[in-house]
Design a protein around this ligand. Structure first.
Ligand code: M6R
Length: 607
């Protein structure tokens, strides 16, 4: 949730730290701060609010040094304030700490340390780390951190630097949230996420849980949880740093909506042979025997990825005939799920860092499931946990509201269905592939109509509530459309199965409640149409997303958003795009902070 970054090398650290924080700001934006040792002093600059506030405060300050740490915060313990902003010092002012995560036993540690005379000035759990490291520090920072982590319970990635180190050094520790090292030319980096490093190096090392790392001018060293020196593989990232820029768009979200045709193409490119119908993945291999042994597939995810899982259930059940269960990560881990040895559990996560999804995957693995991951971030925690990975190749997604990650997850789920079908000895007919190849073009067609959504938003941006309805695989699209609208525009919106309206929500309908109805395909089109008529009969306003012309709706809609038609299983991938654009333009019209909505963060690395 917070973003941490560290630099050690010959360049001036402040601009590099600020640039790294800029790229990590999507992880949290309640406050930001940096620390740089200069002439035997720890120079700390912090500011409440977004990174721009810190940049203002830094203006005109010369902070020459060779290393430093930076932090952007999503508050867990203690309100967003200057006092609770990181970096945090120990009570003796010898060292500074930045931290992402939660120290669960901080209350007892704080009490003990306070009893030993260590003062606390913030409400954070992080200050406990600072004082603990200091209490163990007698010249060897790595050993002090090792002793500290032995006392910590919870999930953390943190980094420390100390004035009394014999040479410039940064020590980092990881247990849960990610921590990545970057190897530059005579310089070392450390960050929560490789996007902070892309402008400087593509060679990164993902630390494992329990690892400690020490960065010095000479390079880096890593120790595992048993204190043994270990070599972690160097991963070369092929993400283009330009992909992490806005590229002329006003917001990352809009850019990422526009990225979708290419991202969808990248997700299936090289994996589906459109002539032979063969589907294969580099990092996921299941034998026919393993697939035949799957009694049930468990899809585990949170938020938008959970909506992808709901659509995936339709895809996988239809393509494979294997029953699929969909769970929220946060629910699955605390119930006693029925998993048979050999079942397939698939964690779906854009970031690969979501704590609840990770724990749910662990719960499934403990019960004997084979684990797969559908993920966008190479080397992230869910990919390390899984036996096989299906990368979505969407490229960096920076906007907090997920867009291209969602549509590429849907393509990945569809391809997984085709793959399993093949392993079960069932044919992958041409009809199953034809529309997949056509998807990027169809989505490009919707995105090209961007202006219509801007205009539509003009009619609706003042509404205070919305209802989204759909049936079958488009019910999760209604949920996703509602989530997009509420998270970036703060308008209350609810997704509902269209057929369930008459069992309650229809009581809400009046002329002030816009209803977005998804009416595509054949299977349930007439049924949704009837539900739209029921809304109209009660003075409700209907916006229809449809693959027909307005006449085919028989006057059932006040506004019609036309989308191209593809097969029923792939249609949700098209249908969600107008809902993303609609939410975006409504939020812009309301003057909302689209890329960094209040109270949210991109990666939810705490429970
Ligand atoms: O990185 P993940 O896919 O695991 O993230 C899951 C959710 O936190 C995420 O989808 C969230 O709901 C987004 N803000 C939705 O736009």
């Amino acid at each position: 949730m917070c973003g941490i970054v560290g630099y050690l090398g010959a360049r001036s650290p402040v601009p590099l730290l600020v640039d790294g924080l800029r790229r990590l700001e999507y992880r949290g934006y309640d406050s930001a701060g940096i620390v740089v040792p200069v002439n035997g002093r720890l120079e700390i600059v912090k500011a409440e609010g977004k990174l721009d506030r810190l940049v203002e405060v830094l203006q005109g300050r010369e902070l020459a040094g060779v290393y430093g740490l930076g932090h952007t915060r999503w508050a867990t313990h203690g309100i967003p304030s200057q006092r609770n902003a990181h970096p945090l010092l120990d009570a003796k002012g010898r060292l500074a700490v930045i931290h992402n995560g939660i120290i669960e036993n901080f209350v007892s540690l704080k009490k003990r340390l306070a009893g030993e005379g260590w003062d606390f000035v913030s409400d954070t759990d992080t200050e406990v780390i600072a004082n603990l490291v200091s209490s163990h520090f007698d010249g060897d920072l790595r050993v002090a951190v090792e002793r500290t982590v032995a006392e910590l319970e919870g999930m953390y990635a943190f980094a420390v630097l100390a004035l009394e180190s014999s040479e410039p050094e940064i020590v980092g520790a990881r247990s849960g949230p990610p921590l990545v090292l970057g190897r530059g030319d005579g310089e070392q980096f450390l960050a929560s996420d490789p996007t902070a490093l892309l402008a400087h190096t593509r060679e990164v090392v993902f630390l494992e849980n329990g690892d400690l790392a020490r960065l010095t001018a000479g390079g880096y060293e890593v120790w595992n949880s048993s204190g043994e020196p270990v070599e972690r593989p160097i991963v070369r990232l092929n993400w283009d740093p330009v992909q992490s820029e806005k590229g002329g768009f006003k917001h990352f979200m809009l850019k990422e909506i526009h990225d979708q045709p290419q991202a969808l193409q990248d997700t299936f490119a090289g994996r589906v042979d459109f002539e032979s119908g063969e589907v294969g993945f580099d990092a996921l291999e299941l034998t026919s025997q393993e697939v035949a042994a799957i009694d049930r597939i468990h899809l585990l995810a949170c938020g938008t990825s959970w909506h992808a899982a709901l659509v995936g259930k339709f895809m996988l059940e239809e393509l494979t005939g294997i029953p699929v269960e969909v769970d929220y990560g946060s629910e699955y881990r605390y119930r006693d799920p029925l998993v048979r040895e050999g079942d397939l559990a698939v964690g779906i996560s854009q970031s690969g860092e979501t704590a609840d999804t990770i724990s749910a995957m662990e719960a499934a693995a403990q019960r004997g499931a084979k684990l797969a991951a559908i993920c966008n971030v190479v080397g992230s925690q869910v990919t390390r946990l899984a036996d096989g990975v299906l990368y979505t190749h969407a490229g960096p997604e920076i906007g907090v509201a997920s867009t291209k990650a969602f549509t590429t997850q849907l393509v990945a789920l569809y391809m997984l269905g085709l793959y399993l079908r093949q392993r079960l000895g069932r044919p992958v007919e041409n009809a199953l592939l034809a529309d997949l190849a056509h998807l990027p073009q169809a989505v490009a067609g919707v995105v090209a109509g961007e202006r219509d959504f801007e205009e539509l938003a003009g009619h609706f941006f003042e509404a205070s509530d919305f209802l989204y309805i759909g049936r079958g695989a488009n019910y999760p699209i209604a949920l996703e459309g509602a989530l997009k609208l509420k998270e970036i525009s703060y308008i209350h919106a609810e997704g509902y199965p269209a057929g369930e309206m008459k069992h309650g929500p229809i009581a809400l309908i009046d002329k002030s409640l816009p209803v977005v109805a998804i009416a595509t395909g054949e299977r349930v089109f007439d049924k949704v149409l009837s539900n739209m008529q029921e809304v109209r009969a009660r003075d409700g306003i209907v916006l229809a997303v449809t693959d027909r012309d307005a006449e085919a709706l028989g006057g059932g809609a006040d506004h019609v958003i036309r989308v191209p038609r593809v097969s029923e299983l792939l249609q949700p991938i098209i249908n969600v795009v107008p809902l993303q654009l609609f939410a975006y333009f409504v939020a812009v019209r309301r003057g909302a902070d689209v890329d960094q909505p209040r109270n949210l963060a991109k990666s939810v690395t705490v429970e």
